[in-house]
Design a protein around this ligand. Structure first.
Ligand SMILES: [Zn+2]
Length: 165
């Protein structure tokens, strides 16, 4: 085994992260955001796979994606970060990790489920939380315009992009 490869979830739209996790890291931070069964099951599987490959693993459980920053601050060079959780919080964690200097190849994610998403309005710069998916139209909470949710995201804002419909 040279990598841990998860092709069971479409994560490309969430941000720039690795397509598979290599096994050359010095330490692996496995982070569960929230405690949904699909989230913790994935982290447990990563832990088993990495243990069988004799890699150093540290497991964390966080209430939301913002807490990733403290873990990165306390980590050493050569760390790999693997994050599992609900989409919006994973996007937030990816934005935090990238801002902290973590490279795409050092970051691997699993979206266990999707709840509300954050949509960025290009007209008034307001973020609207909505139960929506790409191609849905929502009302901006800032300017009340109809927004068409795009299939693209801003990885540093951790939001879906939209156009005024
Ligand atoms: Zn707006």
């Amino acid at each position: 085994m040279t990598s841990i490869d998860d092709s069971d979830s479409n994560t490309a739209q969430v941000g720039v992260t690795a397509a598979s996790m290599d096994l050359s890291g010095r330490q692996y931070l496995l982070i569960a955001i929230g405690d949904a069964p699909g989230t913790t099951a994935k982290v447990d599987k990563w832990a088993r796979d990495l243990a069988s490959a004799h890699r150093a693993v540290a497991l964390y459980s966080l209430p939301d994606g913002a807490g990733v920053e403290d873990l990165i601050d306390a980590s050493t060079v050569g760390v790999r970060i693997m994050i599992s959780g609900e989409e919006a919080e994973v996007m937030r964690a990816v934005a935090v990790a990238r801002a902290a200097g973590i490279l795409p190849c050092e970051l691997f994610i699993h979206i266990s489920h999707v709840d509300v998403i954050n949509v960025f309005c290009p007209h008034c710069d307001t973020a609207t939380r909505a139960l929506a998916r790409p191609d849905h139209t929502i009302e901006c909470s800032g300017c009340a315009r109809d927004l068409l949710v795009r299939p693209h995201t801003s990885s540093h804002r951790a939001m879906y992009l939209a156009s005024v419909a």
